[in-house]
Design a protein around this ligand. Structure first.
Ligand code: GCU
Length: 665
């Protein structure tokens, strides 16, 4: 089946075990649906299609169960004891009842019921309630008008702007199905480095056509906006957020958008960041800029998502500190329909970063999370990196802002500061490749992101296990092998790529090792700015003797990291400049420890290959070969990374490569 990858985790292949199938079938003889709103119809049709595949029999949709038993009832109930409008309840014995307070709740419940079958769980006798912990669960597409995707490695954009609005690619619907099945309810369709063309009448019509496809799946559409659009497409002389004409232009634009898209979600904004214009060009603040847009959207119930990814082109400053410095003083100044979206990592989506110190210090401003699914710094689409452990590590970090157990998750789900709005976004890893994500196993990152956005308490392991069963195989030994590969993949990558808190050994493309690359248009875009290698040692001193970025964290967090003797090794070089010969807790010197990690990391890719070879008989042959080929590339490139780092750093350390390891070839 060459389409194996296309069908994602929505395969619904016939359940092999006939008795298991028969058991399920006894509880799924019909689907009763009262109501015919588009989202409810989607729920019934998805359930029907899924059951058809899994059970190999047609399950009729009826308008009422009457006094029949052995079926599934889909229903909305205003008095449901779910915690919020998108939650669902699944109960029942004679009939299985899937209910939500809203249509969307029923849709999520229908997919949850299918998941039970896909993962071999019981469906009768269930009594479960599930609520999304975060309100806005979104994908951010960095897609451009010309079909390219910034940092996209799975082909070109899914959106065929030249064909829209007339031709609707059936793939748009499949995209919506996949997202709805994991609880994603919003999508920003264009790049944060935004073209103002998206706000022209010509493009808004195209965007509206996409919105029409997504709506029956409970997904709202959002746009990234170019802050100076009033100048570039509005003909005004300024984009100053305090200028009345500029305000009017945005208000009129919002009205125009909502005429076409009544449930439009709102705007995502990158401003005064990496050369993008913004309110600071007019000596105004981020809050002035955000509030102007918020006022334009408020009458329509739209929201503004304002990004906190800011830093100056200053080789002396510590980029790590910038978001906190610019945004924390603005706490309390943002309008009610503004969310500030913070990247995972004070620097930029590195393979391992400490959590951003801004989480916890803006109790009056809803802070949303921005994770990156596309593997900009994780080996593009050839290296295997399962990202759930990255997301979990961040979400589970304790900020200590209101004492122990003030996790980042509790900041962004609103429970710590009672935020009225909560949001989480993943920068999408999808593209026009037939299998959506290029690397077949990278689908797991899209999947895990959506599931964690719904419930951040789920474990990386549980999600890997679920995804493998739904997508690749249900054979227990292979499920275990692949789950294990996924769970170890991130640490393997970190070991050969950026061990112990190294970061950003790249310029431009963010793929090849370039720790030596110090020619750049900006002093903070050189490699040495980040790793600080010299004859004495390695690492960025962020203690009081250095940039003092550590002071942005609570004392309990500082304590974990500010002493080089006790700082956990994965974070050591984030916070300390460590002598090459310093003895670490492993008993090895810094230099020997680095070499150990580079070498074992690269070797571990061989382990991944061996593991994968074992699952051959249980995995679709196309998918098997695809992954095997990519792992072979990864093996080659891991060695390349290892040798590049070791040889480069050796120029500073002047130490031999420790005995157990071979010399680079
Ligand atoms: C990174 C990335 C850019 C992107 C930017 C952002 O720097 O390399 O391509 O535009 O992040 O998130 O705004």
């Amino acid at each position: 089946d060459r389409d194996d990858g296309y069908r994602l985790w929505l395969k619904y292949d016939l359940i092999k075990d006939a008795s298991q199938r028969a058991t399920y079938a006894r509880s799924a003889q019909f689907i009763a649906l009262s109501g015919n709103t588009p989202v409810l119809k989607t729920a019934a049709e998805e359930l029907q299609a899924g059951l058809q595949g899994l059970l190999g029999k047609a399950v009729p949709i009826v308008t009422s169960a009457g006094n029949k038993t052995g079926g599934i009832i889909l229903t909305t109930r205003a008095d449901l004891p779910t915690r919020n409008d998108e939650g669902y309840q699944i109960t029942g014995k004679q009939n299985i009842t899937v209910s939500g307070r809203t249509d969307a709740g029923v849709l999520y419940g229908a997919f949850a019921l299918l998941r039970q079958l896909q993962t071999g769980q019981p469906i009768s006798g269930l009594s479960l309630i599930s609520n999304p912990k975060i309100q806005l669960r979104m994908l951010n597409h960095w897609d451009n008008t010309d079909g390219s995707i910034e940092r996209g490695y799975a082909g070109s954009s899914l959106w065929n702007w030249y064909e829209l609005p007339e031709r609707i690619d059936p793939r748009y619907r499949d995209y919506a199905r996949a997202n709805a099945s994991i609880g994603i309810n919003g999508t920003v369709v264009n790049n944060v480095n935004a073209s103002s063309r998206f706000l022209t009448a010509e493009y808004l019509e195209k965007v509206a056509a996409l919105a029409n496809v997504f709506r029956p799946y409970g997904i709202k559409i959002y746009l990234s906006v170019y802050f100076p659009a009033p100048k570039t497409i509005g003909g005004l002389k300024t984009a100053d957020p305090l200028d009345p004409e500029v305000n009017k232009w945005w208000a009129d634009k919002a009205t125009e958008i909502y005429k076409l898209i009544p449930d439009f979600g709102g705007f995502l904004v990158k401003a005064n960041s990496e050369g993008q214009p913004g309110p600071q060009d007019y000596n105004r603040t981020h809050a002035d800029g955000a509030n102007m847009l918020a006022k334009a959207l408020a009458p329509h119930k739209g929201i503004v998502i304002w990004r906190a990814f800011v830093y100056k082109a200053d080789g002396k400053a510590d980029r790590f500190k910038a978001a906190y410095e610019e945004f924390q003083p603005l706490d309390g100044q943002f309008d009610k329909n503004v969310i500030v979206q913070v990247k995972n990592g004070p620097i930029d989506f590195q393979p391992r970063e400490p959590f951003s110190p801004i989480f916890g210090v803006m109790p009056k401003t809803p802070l949303g999370m921005e994770f990156q699914l596309t593997q900009e710094y994780l080996g593009f689409a050839t290296h295997l990196v399962y990202e759930a452990p990255i997301f979990k590590e961040c979400l589970d970090s304790d900020t200590y802002v209101t004492g122990k157990n003030s996790t980042v998750a509790k900041v962004i789900d609103g429970s710590l500061h009672a935020y009225p709005l909560t949001a989480i976004a993943g920068v999408a890893n999808t593209g026009s490749d037939r299998n959506w994500t290029g690397h077949p196993l990278a689908q797991a990152n899209w999947y895990a992101f959506g599931r964690l956005a719904w419930d951040h308490s789920l474990s990386s392991e549980a999600l890997a296990n679920e995804w493998v069963k739904m997508t690749l195989t249900t054979e227990p030994a292979s499920v275990k092998t692949i789950t294990d590969m996924l769970l170890k993949s991130r640490d393997i990558y970190v070991n050969y790529n950026t061990p112990m808190g190294l970061s950003r050994p790249w310029t431009g493309a963010h793929f090849a090792p370039e720790p030596w690359q110090n020619r750049s248009s900006r002093p903070d875009w050189t490699a040495i700015y980040y790793h600080r290698a010299d004859s004495l040692g390695l690492g960025f001193d962020r203690t009081a003797k250095g940039s003092n970025a550590l002071a942005q964290y609570r004392p309990e967090v500082q304590q974990q990291w500010n002493n080089p003797e006790t700082c956990p090794l994965p974070y050591l070089l984030w916070f300390h400049h460590v002598p090459w010969t310093k003895k670490l807790s492993t008993g090895r010197t810094l230099w020997d420890e680095l070499c150990t990690r580079f070498y074992t990391g690269a070797d571990s890719v061989g382990w991944l290959q061996k593991q994968w070879a074992q699952v051959k008989k249980d995995v679709n042959p196309e998918t098997f070969d695809n992954v095997a080929g990519r792992l072979a590339t990864q093996q080659k490139e891991a060695i390349w990374w290892r040798d590049a780092w070791v040889l480069y750093l050796q120029e500073f350390s002047r130490q031999p490569i420790p005995a157990p390891f071979k010399k680079p070839e």
